[in-house]
Design a protein around this ligand. Structure first.
Ligand code: CTP
Length: 412
């Protein structure tokens, strides 16, 4: 007998799968959700089963799979699944499925579930660019969003054939990050950054010493990518200037500019900042770079090596603050360890004053905190003296907390 989702202690997720070629990526979404401790029940459409067999979803979820409302009738799945879920994710959401959801149709188990769900509903579109841009689809998306349904921004890139454009399903890792964010905070993705242009820097700069060596740092870029991702899903136009990062998925709907050194990052930020409403400097910028770039690979010799002479890099955040136009919001980050005399937050307060930005996110680092890890915590300091603790949570949660504070102050 079918229980809605038989998992009293685990977050219950319904994974709806629409009938598009991207249905195969739902298997990876499913795997990642189950591996991170979620109980997942897959509800495909008939069309989805043309692309992926029910057996695959059943094996990966450990739950039965059905598409219609006349199977397993005694357990009333068409009502129970939606009622008992903590989150409904539909990936891929086709143009047809989005239209049905907007119209309130209920002709299969998935559309019935969408009508009975009282939890957050995340629709992740995948379709050809023409279908995404069609006024009918855009009107359906706007209607769903006005009702509180979260319709994700699709990615741009390769579509079914050789064509490319907007409408590609975001990568499974990104879908799961958004799903986990909504499970932690159902109100984390309002469309309150629509009309705003946001520029975010991320990752660690690499300062070249010779053609094969550099001075770098341990920044993974995860926090900056999460800031860009969440801003785009809250409706902003986002440019992400990315220095070196771990192997991260580029956020859907975001323009990414790749840079290497602090000087390259500086040039990229100045050119994008001119048109931005909000600037966020989350990159770990090297304060110093080797004075000379040696043109050949430095060889080891019998004598002691020469010391590496360093010179200061510009303070990009301070430059952006100095160049800002009226109404532009500038956010800095500070990674601090504190010491015997001065605490992390005291260092943060002093840095906010010194840098002159509107907001400063202060993270405690060291002992495995913040760098190269999934989670983050800290304080959000504002130039008007407000200090808000940011509780421990994912980097996407920290990003949401920052956008909650910043969005109402954006002048657009
Ligand atoms: N930053 C910058 N340019 C630099 C160094 C840092 O724009 N050359 C930015 C960072 O992106 C971050 C903020 O300044 O938003 C604070 O970085 P941090 O390294 O904590 O500050 P520093 O000014 O380098 O101070 P210190 O290292 O002495 O703590």
């Amino acid at each position: 007998m079918t229980e809605a989702v038989d998992a009293p202690d685990r977050p219950r997720v319904i994974l709806g799968v629409g009938g598009g070629i991207a249905a195969y990526k739902a298997c990876e979404v499913l795997r990642r959700l189950t591996e991170s401790g979620h109980a997942v029940r897959v509800v495909p459409t008939e069309g989805a089963l043309e692309f992926v067999g029910a057996a695959t979803f059943e094996a990966l979820s450990g739950q039965p799979v059905q598409t219609g409302v006349f199977e397993d009738v005694p357990s009333v799945p068409h009502v129970k699944l939606g009622q008992t879920a903590d989150l409904v994710v539909v990936a891929p959401a086709t143009a047809n499925l989005i239209a049905k959801a907007a119209g309130g149709l209920a002709d299969d188990l998935l559309t019935n579930t969408l009508l009975t769900a009282r939890c957050p509903v995340l629709l992740v579109p995948a379709m050809h660019t023409e279908m995404w841009e069609h006024p009918a689809t855009q009107a359906n998306v706007a209607l769903l969003r006005s009702r509180g349904v979260i319709v994700a921004e699709p990615a741009s890139g390769r579509l079914t054939g050789k064509d490319t454009g907007k409408g590609r399903l975001p990568e499974p890792a990104e879908i799961v990050e958004l799903a986990r964010l909504l499970l932690a905070r159902p109100d984390a993705l309002p469309r309150d950054l629509e009309g705003a242009h946001v520029a975010v820097s991320a990752g660690g700069t690499r300062e070249p010493l010779d053609p094969v060596r550099f001075l770098g740092n341990r920044s993974s870029g995860r926090q900056g990518f999460a800031l860009a991702r969440v801003a785009a899903q809250r409706g902003a136009r986002v440019t992400l200037v990315a220095a070196h990062t771990a192997d991260l998925v580029a956020p859907a709907g975001v323009d990414v500019v790749r840079v290497g050194s602090a000087l390259e990052l500086r040039d990229a930020m100045h050119s994008v900042a001119a048109a931005a409403d909000v600037i966020v400097m989350a990159a770990a910028v090297a304060d110093f770079r080797p004075l000379d770039l040696v043109q050949h690979k430095i060889k080891k010799t019998d004598r002691d090596p020469d010391p590496v002479a360093l010179t200061r890099n510009p303070d990009i955040l301070a430059e952006l603050v100095a160049a800002r136009r009226p109404g532009q919001v500038v956010v800095g980050f500070a990674a601090e360890t504190g010491d015997g005399e001065t605490s992390v937050i005291e260092y943060g307060r002093a840095k906010l004053k010194r840098k002159g930005c509107d907001w400063l996110v202060v993270n405690a680092v060291g002992d495995g905190r913040a760098f190269e890890v999934e989670d983050n915590a800290g304080w959000l300091l504002s130039a008007d003296g407000a200090e808000t603790p940011i509780p421990h949570g994912s980097k996407a949660q920290l990003a949401s907390a920052l956008w909650d504070a910043v969005a109402p102050t954006v002048d657009r």
